[in-house]
Design a binder for this molecule. Structure first.
Ligand code: PHE
Ligand code: CO
Length: 295
């Protein structure tokens, strides 16, 4: 078999261009360099320490149960034995970003795509696309949790459906993914904890999302989230807070088709706005926010 490629964005005269690939690849575990394993070890140890008392207890518990450790990059095959038994999910290796429909179809079939390659040492704090550390450390532990595992598969089925409905529906659904799976907070242990993978794999945002006065923290509301633009190149201006994974599951269970139809005629909200009807847990000061760039 050919060695898998490392598919990254390209910088052209039109600026940053994401590159998509559909290949499913075998994890080339023996080709990871010492530097690759060291990058994993450094990030793993750093986040583990930081996330005590910050990450959802479910995330920490499931991560330990999976047997991921700092000493070396985990083998997908080893994790899969545990994961399949727990919730029927399995990890598949990919080379980079997937086209939307391909991604949804994998999720709907309980296959979670994990980028096989890891960031370079000079990218420890930030890179502009998912890598092995983000995907594996951030996303995979909660796939061990029965309710969250069902949510992710339901999301995949919902994605296939939204793709058939049209671009506006996809935009609405993508915002839900962003504000839950990637940047979600949960009420736990009398405070707020992190469950979003985009936060869990970022040192800076793990602190910022909980401790900074700048961002809004607002109670989960499905349609509100579906109308809210977001940031891809800065910390979020707003975080949405669920009460439990069961709430996430039940709030997203109804058929979204009529919701998409209703939202089609409505304006979107700026990422940092507070709206009438919001359950405001913390109203952000907006300090340090850039004015443009919501998507
Ligand atoms: N209920 C959603 C639909 O009908 C599917 C879905 C479930 C979407 C969970 C996201 C998360 O489209
Ligand atoms: Co992600």
């Amino acid at each position: 078999m050919n060695e898998p490629r490392r598919v990254e964005h390209q910088l052209t005269d039109k600026g940053y261009v994401p590159v998509y690939t559909t290949a499913v690849v075998e994890q080339p575990w023996s080709s990871y360099s010492r530097t690759d394993h060291e990058v994993w070890a450094t990030l793993f140890a750093r986040q583990q320490e930081l996330l005590k008392g910050r990450a959802s207890e479910e995330f920490l518990r499931q991560q330990a149960a999976m047997g991921m450790t700092a000493d070396r990059i985990p083998k997908f095959d080893d994790l899969n034995r545990v994961l399949r038994k727990a919730t029927g999910w399995e990890l598949i290796g990919v080379e980079g970003l997937l086209p939307e429909l391909t991604f949804f179809e994998h999720l709907a079939n309980r296959r979670f795509p994990v980028t096989w390659w890891i960031r370079r040492p000079e990218q420890l704090d930030y890179l502009s696309e998912p890598d092995l550390f983000h995907d594996l450390f951030g996303h995979v532990p909660l796939l061990m949790h029965p309710v969250f595992a069902d949510y992710m598969a339901a999301y995949g089925r919902g994605g296939v459906k939204a793709h058939g409905i049209g671009q506006d529906a996809l935009v609405n659904l993508t915002r839900l993914y962003w504000y839950t799976v990637e940047f979600g907070l949960i009420r736990e242990a009398g405070g707020l904890r992190i469950y979003g993978a985009g936060i869990l794999s970022s040192k800076g945002e793990s602190i910022y999302c909980l401790e900074s006065e700048a961002p809004n923290r607002i109670g989960f509301d499905l349609e509100r989230i579906m109308r809210t633009r977001y940031r891809i190149d800065t910390y979020q201006k707003t975080y949405f807070v669920i009460d439990s994974y069961e709430q996430l599951m039940s709030a997203t269970a109804p058929d979204f088709t009529p919701i998409y139809a209703r939202l089609a005629g409505q304006d979107s909200f700026p990422a940092g706005s507070v709206q009438p009807g919001d359950t405001v847990i913390h109203r952000g000061t907006g300090e340090g926010w850039l004015d443009d760039g919501d998507v």
